[in-house]
Design a protein around this ligand. Structure first.
Ligand code: SAH
Length: 231
C-alpha cells in the first residue's frame, strides 16, 4: 500500500466519523477492506471518496457512509449469523465478514455474484457463503440444511412497501433487519427489531436511494442497457 492510498483511507474514515459513524470496529473494517479493488477500473480513482459508484449490470456499490450506517445500526457481534440480500460487487459483504461469525449472501445477477466470489477468495474471506437466487424468498434449505433463523438481516436493495415476509420470518426473535423501503425517490432506511414471532419495532434511520428489489434470478441480458439506474 503506498502513502497516497493510506492517506485516502484515513481521509475516508475521518469523513465517516464526522458524519456520525462512531463504532470503532465498523470504522476499522471500512479502513481495511480495499474498496478500490471492488470497483471497475474506470472509477477506481474515486473508490475512496464517499460516493456511490457504478459496478455494471445497471447496479451500484453503495456510498461508504450508507454501508457504514447500515452496518453500525445492526450492532454486530462476532457470534452473529447474518443474511445479506443484494451481494452486488461484494463490498458490503466483505465489511460484514470482518464483524460477524458467518455471512450468507444472495444476488440475483449471476455474473455479479461470480465476480464477488472471486474477490472473497482473493481477500481470503472464508466465512462467506454466496448464492445466486431471489433473496426475497430468504435463504433456501440446501441439501436438507436450514440456515435460518439469522441474528441479523441486511437488504441492500429497496422493498417497495414493506420487507418481504420470508425475510421477517427468517429473523431470530430479538434479531434485527435493516432494509430500505419505499418507491424510487422516496425511500427510507428502516431498522426492524423482531420482539416476538409476531411483533416488530420499526425505526426510521435516514432517507436513501437504492436500486429496487426485483423478483427472480436476472435474465442474461438484464441490466445491460440501464447503466444509469438510480443509486
Ligand atoms: N451491497 C452491494 C450493492 C447493492 S446494489 C455492494 O456493496 O456492492 C443492490 C443489489 O441487489 C444489486 O446487485 C441487485 O442485483 C441485487 N438485488 C435486487 N433484488 C434482488 C433479489 N430479489 N435477490 C437478490 N439480489 C437482489
Amino acid at each position: 500500500m503506498n502513502t497516497q492510498d493510506i492517506n485516502r483511507r484515513i481521509r475516508l474514515v475521518m469523513d465517516l466519523r464526522t458524519k456520525g459513524i462512531t463504532d470503532a470496529k465498523v470504522l476499522g473494517a471500512m479502513e481495511r477492506v480495499p474498496r478500490d479493488e471492488f470497483v471497475p477500473a474506470a472509477v477506481r480513482d474515486q473508490a475512496w471518496d464517499d460516493m456511490a459508484l457504478p459496478i455494471g449490470r445497471g447496479q451500484t456499490i453503495s456510498q461508504p457512509f450508507v454501508v457504514a450506517s447500515m452496518t453500525q445500526a445492526l450492532k454486530l457481534s462476532d457470534m452473529d449469523k447474518v443474511l445479506e440480500i443484494g451481494t452486488g460487487c461484494g463490498y458490503q459483504t466483505a465489511i460484514l465478514s470482518k464483524l460477524c461469525r458467518r455471512v450468507y449472501t444472495i444476488e440475483r445477477h449471476k455474473p455479479l455474484l461470480v465476480r464477488a466470489e472471486q474477490m472473497f477468495e482473493h481477500l481470503k474471506l472464508r466465512n462467506i457463503t454466496a448464492l445466486a437466487g431471489d433473496g426475497m424468498k430468504g435463504w433456501p434449505k440446501i441439501s436438507g440444511i436450514q440456515q435460518a433463523p439469522f441474528d441479523k438481516i441486511i437488504v441492500t436493495a429497496a422493498a417497495r412497501e414493506k420487507p418481504p415476509q420470508a425475510l421477517l420470518d427468517q429473523l431470530k426473535p430479538g434479531g434485527m433487519m435493516i432494509i430500505p423501503v419505499g418507491p424510487s425517490g422516496d425511500q427510507w432506511l428502516k431498522l426492524y427489531k423482531k420482539e416476538s414471532d409476531e411483533a416488530y419495532a420499526v425505526r426510521d434511520i435516514m432517507p436513501v436511494r437504492f436500486v429496487p428489489l426485483l423478483p427472480d434470478i436476472a435474465k442474461d441480458d438484464e441490466g445491460e442497457i440501464s447503466k444509469n439506474a438510480a443509486v
